[in-house]
Design a binder for this molecule. Structure first.
Ligand SMILES: Nc1nc2c(ncn2[C@@H]2O[C@H](COP(=O)(O)OP(=O)(O)OP(=O)(O)O)[C@@H](O)[C@H]2O)c(=O)[nH]1
Ligand SMILES: [Mg+2]
Length: 207
């Protein structure tokens, strides 16, 4: 799937700024530094569209990118970044919460979990929170290049268990560095009805 155009539209800090033009939105959520912005760039084949950083806390507002004039990618600020003031953390939480609760065109939320860390209690909290808002998050396990091939199936199983995912639910191992798994995730996001779904079996990982 080739993206013809991708452009930054708005960095929304207030409800009034949120695009409400009926075009579907796909949002990327996850801990600070998990690789949200990097995955967005890799998926869209645009190197520097979403700003990335080795320091956590790069993305601080809800950022909208319009793809092929038809749908939006939404880069959310990460959670769990300790080195900002409590006030600022609360402000981020509020802006994400406001967006998730009031975006009628939000079709899918992708929850990113760091494969190297295999998730934290905050990820499990985020997953539960998204489910409580009646989203069925697509879970992507990031930085999979940093997990040895032989350990990947176990990592995915650990993440699924930590989040309390329904049995058989799909996980998508991805690496923005090598590109592994990115096309598969992208294909599913654009066409949720089509299989193949994500990987749950160790066998798939050895291909
Ligand atoms: N090895 C490896 N590193 C990655 C991968 N994806 C992202 N990174 C690195 O992880 C760091 C954080 O990436 P970002 O994409 O900025 O993370 P983010 O989730 O957008 O972070 P915030 O905006 O702070 O919430 C950067 O140093 C990236 O180079 C990956 O697939 N593999
Ligand atoms: Mg970011």
């Amino acid at each position: 799937m080739k993206v013809r155009s991708a452009r930054f539209v708005i960095s929304a800090a207030r409800s009034a700024d949120l695009p409400r033009d009926g075009r579907p939105q796909i949002a990327f959520a996850g801990r600070s530094n998990v690789g949200k912005s990097s995955l967005i760039n890799r998926m869209l084949g645009r190197k520097d569209l979403a700003r990335t950083s080795s320091k956590p806390g790069r993305t601080r507002t809800v950022n909208f990118f319009l793809i092929d004039e038809a749908w939006y990618v939404v880069d959310l600020p990460g959670y769990g970044y300790a080195r900002v003031s409590k006030r600022e953390r609360e402000a981020w939480g509020r802006s994400v919460d406001l967006y998730l609760r009031s975006a009628p065109d939000l079709a899918t939320v992708v929850l990113l979990v760091d494969g190297k860390v295999a998730g934290t209690p905050l990820d499990s909290e985020a997953y539960g929170y998204l489910r409580s808002l009646e989203f069925d998050p697509v879970v992507a396990v990031t930085k999979i290049d940093r997990v040895k091939r032989g350990a990947r199936a176990r990592t995915l199983a650990e993440v699924a268990e930590l989040l309390g995912m329904p049995s058989g639910a799909a996980l998508f191992p991805v690496s923005s560095r090598t590109g592994e798994g990115v096309a598969r995730l992208f294909g599913t996001l654009l066409n949720p009805e089509s299989s193949p779904a994500g990987t749950t079996e160790a066998e798939d990982l050895r291909r």
